[in-house]
Design a protein around this ligand. Structure first.
Ligand SMILES: NC(=O)c1ccc[n+]([C@@H]2O[C@H](COP(=O)([O-])OP(=O)(O)OC[C@H]3O[C@@H](n4cnc5c(N)ncnc54)[C@H](O)[C@@H]3O)[C@@H](O)[C@H]2O)c1
Length: 449
C-alpha cells in the first residue's frame, strides 16, 4: 500500500520503517530539512534499538523515502499518517498547531481520496478539528474529494519501539463510520496474524484510550513512589513490598518500580494535558493532579539526599552521574529526572561529571559547554575524583559495577541510587554510604512529601 507519514520523530520514523519492512511503499515528510538530509545520507537522528538496520535496508530497497516535499507526500499515499509532536502549551494542554498544520497541508494538495490517520497523542475532539480543517480547505479550493479521518493512537515504548511496532499488543482504531475500516485492516494485516489485535471504536474513545493508558501507567509509578517515601518513614523496604504486591496477579510486577520520578516525552505532558481537558470540561481530576504533584516532587529526591549528606553548599564538590536519558535504551532527554538533578547540583555550586551510553550528544546540545560540566567517555572516567556517584537511569551496564574499583575512584564512598539497583546490606558491608529510594536499610532518608 502507498503510505505517507508526516513527522519523522520517534513515532513517525519507527512506524514508517516497520510499515516499509512488511512491504508497504512509504514516504516520510518532515519540515526539519536537516533531519531529512541526514536520513537521506543514512544517518539516523535518534537512538532506538534495531532501528538503524531497519531504516537502512528499507531505504536501500526504495520502500522508505524521506523528503521535505509535502505536495509529493500528499500525492503519494492513500494513507496519510499524522505523527507530529503535540507538546504542552503554556497552560499544559496539548498544542495542536503541528497536527492542524499537517491537516491543512494534506487538504491543500490532495487530488484523490485519502485516509488521514492520526497517530499523534491528541485530546478528545481533535479528529473533529482535523476533519473540519480539511473540509474548510477543500471548500476554499472548491473541490469535493472524499476523505476519512481515523484515530489510531500509538502505544510504542521508547527503547523497545521497533519490537512494539512489529508486535503490537493492540491496534486501536477509532472511526466515524465503516468507510475506512477495510483500508486500515489491510494496512495492519501483517501485524495482525497471530490473533486479532485490532480494536475498533468511535474516535473520541480512541483518543481517550491513549491518555487513559499513559495516565494509568504514570499513576502506578507515582503510587509506588508515594509508598517508597512512606516505607522510609516506617522502616520498611519498598523492594520487599514491591515483590509482595506484584505477586498478586491483579496488580502484577509491571510498572511498580519506585525511583527518582518519571520523565520522557509522554507521561508528563499527557498527564498534564488530561488534567487540562478535565478542567476545561468542568471536572477536577484529583487522582491525576496528585500523580503529577508526587512526580514533580520525586524528581527532587536525589538532589535533596545529596544535600542532606554534603550540606546545602556544594561549592568545590564534584558528582559523577551515571545515566542521563529518561529511561534506558533511548537518547531521549525530554523531562528526564537527570535534568532536575544536574540543575540543582549546579545551583548549589557543584561540578558534574556525567556518562550515558546514548544520551551524551543530546545532553551536550541542551547544556552546551560549561566549566562545571564534563561529559565523560566511560562510566569509569566519570568517577575519577568525584565526591560521590549518583545513578539516575538503570542502564544494564550500571547494574553490577566493581565496587572495590568504585571505592578507589571516589573521594568519599557515597552512592545515591535513584533506581534501587543494589543491595543496601552488601553496600554497607563494603563500606559505602548508600542512599536509595524507599529502603530503610539504606542510609535513612527523609520525608519527601
Ligand atoms: N515518543 C514516544 O514514545 C511516543 C509514544 C507514543 C505516542 N507518542 C506521540 O506521538 C507524537 C509524536 O511524538 P514523537 O516523540 O515522535 O515526536 P518528535 O518530536 O520526536 O517528532 C515530531 C516530528 O514532527 C515534525 N514536524 C512538525 N511539524 C511538522 C509538519 N507540519 N510536517 C511534517 N513534520 C512536522 C518535527 O520536525 C519532528 O521531526 C506525539 O503526539 C507523542 O505524544 C510518542
Amino acid at each position: 500500500m502507498k503510505v505517507t507519514v508526516f513527522g519523522i520523530g520517534y513515532v513517525g520514523l519507527v512506524q514508517a520503517a516497520v510499515l516499509a519492512e512488511v512491504g508497504h511503499d512509504v514516504v516520510c515528510v518532515d519540515v526539519n530539512a536537516e533531519r531529512v538530509e541526514k536520513l537521506n545520507q543514512g544517518i539516523i537522528p535518534i537512538y532506538e534499538p534495531g532501528l538503524t538496520p531497519l531504516v537502512t535496508n528499507n531505504f536501500q530497497a526504495g520502500r522508505l523515502r524521506f523528503t521535505t516535499d509535502a505536495p509529493f507526500g500528499v500525492e503519494h499515499g492513500l494513507i496519510q499518517f499524522i505523527a507530529v509532536g503535540t507538546p504542552p502549551d503554556e497552560d499544559g494542554s496539548a498544542d495542536l498547531q503541528y497536527v492542524l498544520a499537517v491537516a491543512k497541508t494534506i487538504a491543500t494538495y490532495m487530488n484523490s481520496p485519502k485516509v488521514v490517520i492520526d497517530k499523534s497523542t491528541v485530546p478528545v475532539g481533535t479528529a473533529d478539528k482535523v476533519k473540519q480543517q480539511i473540509s474548510a480547505v477543500l471548500a476554499e479550493r472548491a473541490v469535493d474529494i472524499q476523505f476519512d479521518v481515523v484515530s489510531n493512537p500509538e502505544f510504542l515504548k521508547e527503547g523497545a519501539a521497533v519490537a512494539d511496532c512489529m508486535r503490537p499488543d493492540r491496534i486501536i482504531i477509532g472511526t466515524y463510520n465503516n468507510q475506512p475500516v477495510d483500508v486500515v485492516r489491510e494496512l495492519y494485516e501483517p501485524f495482525n496474524r497471530n490473533h486479532d489485535k485490532m480494536i475498533f471504536m468511535d474516535v473520541r474513545s480512541a483518543e481517550l484510550t491513549k491518555y487513559a493508558a499513559n495516565c494509568m501507567l504514570a499513576t502506578k509509578i507515582s503510587f509506588m513512589n508515594e509508598m517508597a517515601n512512606l516505607a522510609e518513614l516506617l522502616g520498611a523496604d519498598i523492594e520487599a513490598v514491591r515483590k509482595g504486591i506484584g505477586s498478586d496477579p491483579r496488580i502484577g510486577y509491571h510498572f511498580i518500580y519506585p525511583g527518582c520520578g518519571y520523565g520522557g516525552s509522554c507521561f508528563p505532558k499527557d498527564v498534564q494535558a488530561l488534567i487540562r481537558t478535565s478542567e476545561q470540561n468542568g471536572y477536577t481530576p484529583k487522582i491525576l493532579q496528585a500523580v503529577e504533584a508526587v512526580n514533580n516532587k520525586q524528581k527532587y529526591k536525589l538532589p535533596v539526599l545529596v544535600k542532606k549528606h554534603f550540606g546545602d553548599n556544594l561549592t568545590g564538590k564534584t558528582f559523577a552521574i551515571w545515566g542521563l536519558s529518561f529511561k534506558p535504551n533511548t537518547d531521549d532527554m525530554r523531562e528526564a529526572s537527570s535534568r532536575v538533578l544536574i540543575e540543582e547540583l549546579w545551583a548549589a555550586g557543584a561540578t558534574v561529571h556525567a556518562f550515558d551510553p546514548q544520551a551524551m550528544e543530546e545532553t551536550q546540545r541542551i547544556y552546551g559547554i560549561r566549566p562545571d560540566f564534563v561529559l565523560c567517555g566511560t562510566k569509569e572516567a566519570a568517577l575519577q575524583g568525584a565526591d560521590a556517584l549518583i545513578i539516575c537511569t538503570e542502564w544494564q551496564q550500571f547494574k553490577a559495577p566493581d565496587f572495590d574499583f568504585l571505592k578507589q575512584q571516589l573521594v568519599t564512598p557515597v552512592i545515591f541510587d535513584g533506581r534501587n539497583l543494589f543491595d543496601p546490606e552488601r553496600l554497607k558491608q563494603k563500606g559505602f554510604s548508600y542512599y536509595a529510594i524507599g529502603r530503610a536499610k539504606s542510609v535513612q532518608s527523609y520525608d519527601v512529601l
